[in-house]
Structure formats: structure tokens, C-alpha cells
Design a protein around this ligand. Structure first.
Ligand SMILES: *Cc1c(COP(=O)(O)O)cnc(C)c1O
Length: 404
């Protein structure tokens, strides 16, 4: 389809409506222009597509299945709930979909190293995995505070051969890790590629990461037809930066399917207690792009919180801001308590332990299912598995007795 949404959005400057673009220091303009040019050339290159297809099938284990959540559906008593199983993608989440492609891009550009920042460590682990497979060096910048907090992911990155560089200034968390990674990239861009972990950052990253994740939606559309011989009534995904949501939305964006992005309400609606950016945020530029963001009283990025450490980001991918503005997508909300409840429900009713991030989408789908008739269907993007969360969950929220 020549005029499909994905082919025409964003525009050539990376704008989704008024959101997106590229707001970067002059010394980054050249390397980002290089990335943009390389991606435009590569995305239609048969060699690139062939390599991506190969690793998806023979290394990542794609396509990941769609499972009908029969017991959960009966428990909710409404619309049928299906799960797109990104928890079964190698390394346990959807993130490897864009990391593998970013590292192939780095390789084609003749770079020998990939650089990124990480907050909770999930992006760092996925990128370290991809770099190990393709034989590139990997350098992950991480706040010193996060290094202590997310010890298992730091160990994973090191086992995978990555170098973990602590960011030691300021609050020593994600923002400082971004600064530190950008500094290093500016010094070394001849030999390295900066790899962003979601549909955020300056152009072309929001588009590129969406395109790399769109495999989730394209597979899902075909697989869902196999189950129901129809499209789903609604598609539900959690939103941090928004890559897993854009991935699955991509398959249904031109169709008559309702799309819900679920934001974390954390512990309440006061600033600092949630990360519901699209719901409570205002327009602003952060991390090199224009979008909706949560600001404090000084107009700076506000502190954010969610039990899902991969979705506590004070901004959101510009495409999500645009799709909400034009009414193509809707925002759902889910708090910590509902997410933990869904975490246990999915575990005990379906034998699937979801990531706490993904549990937000499951929880919202459960609420939505109850409001819809039995003839309706909901497809949830189960973005990752919950192994990383089990210790934290059981220590803070006792395991409920299953009642059957
Ligand atoms: C990182 C992560 C997310 C949030 O990232 P998006 O870019 O919003 O998809 C969601 N789920 C899992 C399992 C993650 O690791």
C-alpha cells in the first residue's frame, strides 16, 4: 500500500504531526545525519532484510506465538483475551527485536562498537546480547545508583562481554547515564553507533525502532486471523517509551481496530508517584525530541515512579503523542496494585509469569474485557517475561492462594 500510514509517517524531518524532530547539539548533527542516510539506504536493501529475517528465525526464535488465555478469559467473563508472546523472544522481551537490527546497522556502517545508556538494565542486556552475537564491542552507560539497584542485570551485561561504565555525576541515574553515553559517542562516532532503547530520541530513532519492532504487529495480524478468522476488536500494550506498543500497533494501524496504550499510575496521581505521561504531561523537548513530557514546577523533567522499572520514563515516543492527538489511539491506566494482581493472575491461571511492565497491559485488558461482550476479542502484547521481577514481587506482595 503506497499510502499506508507507516509509509507516510513521520515526514522527512522525523515529525509525527508536531511531535518528534531532532533537537541536538551541533556536534551530533553529522553523526545523526549519517545514521539517517544509512538507514534509508539499508531499509530496502535485500541483503539487510535477508540478514534480519535470518536472525529473527534462527536466533531469536521468531515468530513468537499468540496464545489464547482461556482461563483468564473465563475469569473475566467478557471479551476473549489473547497474548502475543514476546516473553518467548530470545532474552525474554521484545527489546532484542530492535537491538539486533541496530547492531546489524552498526556492522553495515563499518562500526566496531555500540554504545547505549540503560536505566534498569533491560536495554543494556538486550544490546549486549546482540553485540555478542555479531561480534561487536558493547559499552553500556549506567547510573551508579542503578548499578547498585539492578545488580543481576549488571552481571548479565558483563557475562555477555559488555563494558559497563558508571555515570557518577548528579543523581547518578538514567539522565546522567544518557549524558555520559552521549559524551562518549561524540568522541568516538567514527567507530561506534549509539543505539537507543525505545521509540524515543532524535530522528531517525523513533521511526527506526518502530520499523524494527513492527515485526511484532505484522506477525500478530496473520496469527490472529488463524485463531479467529477476523481482526481483534482491540489491541493493548504498555507504554514506557512506547516501542513494544508501536511494534504491535504497526500491524493494525490502518485497520478498524481499537489501539490502547497503557500508562503506569504507580501509587497515585501526584507528581512523582506515577509515569502517566500522555495523561498528565505537557508538550516539551527532552532528550533531543519534542513530545509530551511530565514536568516539575521549574519545567524540568519530573521525577517519575512505577513498579515496572522499564516504564518509568518522564516522556514518551513522539508517535504516541501524535496518535493520541489525532484520536487514533486511546490511553489506558493501570496502577501498581492492579499490575501485581495481573502478575499473579496470569501466573496462576495461564502458567505465564509476565514482566511487571507487561502486567500493566494484562491488567488493563482484564478491565476492558469485562466491559465488552463475549463476541469481542482483545490482543495483548505480552512484552516480556517476569523472571527479573520475581524476588521483588514476592518480598513485597505475598503470593495469593489460587482459588479454583
Ligand atoms: C523496556 C520494557 C518495556 C518498556 O519499553 P517500551 O519501549 O515502552 O516498550 C516494556 N516491557 C518490557 C518487558 C520491557 O523490558
Amino acid at each position: 500500500m503506497a499510502d499506508s500510514y507507516l509509509d507516510t509517517t513521520p515526514d522527512e524531518n522525523g515529525f509525527f504531526g508536531k511531535y518528534g524532530g531532532s533537537f541536538i547539539p551541533p556536534m551530533l548533527e553529522e553523526p545523526f545525519a549519517q545514521i539517517q542516510k544509512a538507514y534509508q539506504e539499508l531499509k530496502n536493501s535485500p541483503e539487510f532484510i535477508k540478514e534480519l529475517k535470518y536472525v529473527r528465525k534462527h536466533y531469536q526464535g521468531r515468530p513468537t506465538p499468540i496464545s489464547f488465555a482461556k482461563n483468564l478469559t473465563e475469569h473475566c467473563g467478557g471479551a476473549k483475551i489473547y497474548l502475543k508472546r514476546e516473553d518467548l523472544n530470545h532474552s525474554g522481551a521484545h527489546k532484542l527485536n530492535h537491538c539486533m537490527a541496530e547492531v546489524i546497522l552498526a556492522k553495515h556502517l563499518g562500526k566496531k562498537k555500540v554504545i547505549a545508556e540503560t536505566g534498569a538494565g533491560q536495554h543494556g542486556v538486550a544490546l549486549a546480547t546482540a553485540a555478542a552475537y555479531f561480534g561487536l564491542e558493547c559499552e553500556i552507560h549506567m547510573g551508579e545508583v542503578d548499578i547498585k539497584k539492578e545488580h543481576p542485570n549488571v552481571v548479565r551485561m558483563k557475562i555477555l562481554g559488555a563494558k559497563v561504565v558508571p555515570a557518577t555525576h548528579g543523581l547518578k541515574t538514567l539522565k546522567e547515564a544518557v549524558d555520559s553515553a552521549f559524551e562518549k559517542y561524540i568522541e568516538t562516532y567514527d567507530e561506534s553507533l549509539y543505539c537507543i532503547g525505545s521509540v524515543v530520541g532524535p530522528h531517525p530513532f523513533p521511526m527506526m525502532v518502530r520499523d524494527f519492532q513492527s515485526i511484532v504487529g505484522f506477525e500478530a495480524k496473520e496469527q490472529f486471523m488463524e485463531h479467529e478468522n477476523a481482526l481483534p476488536s482491540a489491541v493493548v500494550a504498555c507504554i514506557g517509551g512506547g516501542s513494544n506498543a508501536m511494534g504491535i500497533f504497526s500491524g493494525f494501524i490502518d485497520d478498524d481496530v481499537e489501539l490502547y496504550g497503557v500508562e503506569p499510575m504507580g501509587r497515585g496521581d501526584k507528581i512523582g508517584e506515577h509515569a502517566a505521561t500522555l495523561t498528565y504531561g505537557q508538550e516539551g523537548v527532552m532528550h533531543g525530541f519534542n513530545s509530551i513530557m511530565l514536568k516539575d514546577e521549574n519545567g524540568e523533567p519530573a521525577p517519575v515512579y512505577s513498579i515496572g522499572s522499564g516504564i518509568d520514563y518522564p516522556s514518551v515516543g513522539p508517535e504516541h503523542a501524535h496518535l493520541k492527538d489525532i484520536g487514533r489511539t486511546q490511553v489506558g491506566l493501570c496502577n501498581d496494585k492492579e499490575a501485581v494482581d495481573a502478575f499473579y493472575k496470569l501466573s496462576q491461571l495461564e502458567g505465564i509469569i509476565p514482566a511487571l511492565e507487561s502486567a500493566h497491559a494484562v491488567a488493563y485488558a482484564m478491565k476492558l474485557a469485562k466491559t465488552l461482550g463475549k463476541e469481542k476479542t482483545i490482543l495483548v502484547n505480552l512484552s516480556g517475561r517476569g523472571d527479573k521481577d520475581i524476588d521483588f514481587v514476592v518480598e513485597n506482595h505475598p503470593i495469593p492462594h489460587a482459588k479454583f
